[in-house]
Design a protein around this ligand. Structure first.
Ligand code: UGA
Length: 429
């Protein structure tokens, strides 16, 4: 099938490459000329495992093309995905102007029946707005359908999440749109849930809100574990083995980050308020998440009461492993607290340092974890990259000025660390 994807960010690019991979013909559009040039030259503007291979392979086989002109995608495709960003406004509400601009552009250039599909995360009832916009500029009364097909892609495993999803959600208003979208996803083996457009839109926000709630819940339990002497991993496993709860997303840590959960929670709280519901549960989820970062800083501050001129070594800057994304990463908050207290920061991250340098220039960036440990008063683990799980602990201990390790992701065993002579603190144990 012929597909146009407007937006070549994490979602748009992954969607484009994966649809091409399963045999469709895809035109991916972005108005950022530099980004399109980069993609046309076979380069990916961000780090995402497996994506480069898929892009290169499908560009070669001519199933995937990049352009800056929306009109090219509109002319050649039946299905048009809107995958542009919906950045938060000051109020927390998402800015939908990019979405409506694309809808306007599609509308004024469409030549025959089209399905315009919302892929970006949007508030419930955005479909109505998209439809209104299209109607406004649809001078020749070309038939069209609007649909919602939310993405559930995690950064770091977006390709696998697309090709082996837990479910596919399609929100439609007509049989025509439903049949075409079911055909589109035929090569993917997953349950498909067909709903109305508003329900599909809501499923996306509700899913992210639920996952964030699960993380804040386990982080709150980790505090009670610390206060009572219980162990968070045992408690998480004990509750997670109940199939109704599930084992996933019960890792206590320094709090969730990234460009999805913090932004989507804020947006969902706002949208609910506008509809007349005060979503206090989600406000509390946010509060616990903020508090978790403060608590983590307190652990370091307690071990090193006078942080002025102390050197703190940070391992991990990205908001989670396998991505170079540092947007709303807990590392930013924790480093800023340490710097405000007078500490000097050395840091290493396998992929995120280029992005980090742009917003945190006052850090000494290192070539590896050992350089970070050298002469540091404490080593602080913020992201659980695999590389950090197999460090030479003897070497680390010799390099550190004091044998202090504060582990925000519980990647080391407290007993082993104790035996190796470390003063070791982690989360909820
Ligand atoms: C999230 C959702 O998982 C995707 O389903 C969704 O499509 C995406 O947002 C989106 O809306 O686009 P992502 O932000 O890439 O994906 O990352 P997650 O793997 O969900 O992790 C989010 C944060 O939660 C990270 O900071 C991670 O460290 C933290 N986390 C996750 C925990 O602290 N504990 C856990 O047990 C799991």
């Amino acid at each position: 099938m012929k597909i146009g994807v407007i937006g070549a960010g994490y979602v748009g690019l992954t969607t484009s490459a994966c649809f091409a991979h399963i045999g469709h013909s895809v035109i991916c559009v972005d108005n950022d000329e530099e980004k399109i040039r980069t993609l046309q030259n076979g380069k990916i503007p961000f780090y995402e495992p497996k994506l480069k291979h898929l892009v290169t392979k499908n560009v070669k086989s001519k199933r995937l093309k990049f352009t800056t002109k929306t009109i090219e995608a509109v002319k050649e495709s039946v299905i048009l995905f809107i995958a542009v960003s919906t950045p938060p406004k000051k109020t927390g509400k998402p800015n939908l102007s990019y979405v409506t601009n694309v809808a306007r552009e599609i509308s004024s250039t469409m030549n025959e029946y089209k399905i315009i599909v919302e892929k970006s995360t949007v508030p419930v009832k955005t479909g109505e707005k998209v439809k209104e916009t299209i109607n406004l500029y649809n001078k020749n009364n070309i038939p069209f359908d609007v649909a919602s097909n939310p993405e559930f892609l995690r950064e770091g495993s977006a390709v696998d999440d697309f090709l082996q999803p837990d479910r596919i959600v399609i929100g439609v208003e007509s049989k025509r749109a439903k049949d075409i979208l079911l055909e589109l996803y035929k090569p993917i083996n997953a349950p498909i849930l067909v709903t109305d457009i508003k329900s599909a839109e809501l499923i996306k926000h509700a899913s992210n809100a639920f996952l964030a709630m699960k993380i804040s819940f386990i982080n709150a339990i980790s505090v009670i574990c610390e206060m009572s002497g219980a162990s968070i991993e045992k408690v998480a496993r004990g509750i997670g083995l109940d199939k109704r709860i599930g084992l996933n997303f019960l890792n206590a840590g320094v709090g969730y980050g990234g460009f999805c959960f913090p932004k989507d929670l804020k947006a969902f709280i706002q949208i609910a308020a506008e509809l007349g519901y005060d979503f206090r549960l989600l406000k509390e989820v946010e509060r616990i998440n903020e508090e978790q970062k403060q608590r983590f800083f307190n652990k370091v501050a307690k071990l090193l009461p006078n942080l002025k001129n102390k050197q703190i070594g940070i391992l991990g800057l990205s908001f989670k492993p396998n991505t170079d994304d540092i947007r709303f990463a807990p590392s930013i908050d924790i480093i800023s607290r340490l710097q405000t207290a007078g500490a000097k920061i050395k840091a290493f991250d396998p992929y995120a340092m280029n992005n980090a340098k742009k917003i945190m220039p006052n850090i000494e960036y290192c070539k590896n974890p050992y350089q970070v440990a050298e002469n540091s008063d404490a080593l602080v683990i913020i992201t659980e990259w695999d590389d950090f799980k197999k460090l030479d602990l003897n070497k680390i201990k010799k390099l550190l000025k004091r044998p202090i390790v504060v582990d925000g992701r519980n990647i080391y065993d407290p007993k082993t660390m104790g035996k190796n002579g470390f003063i070791y603190q982690s989360i909820g144990r």
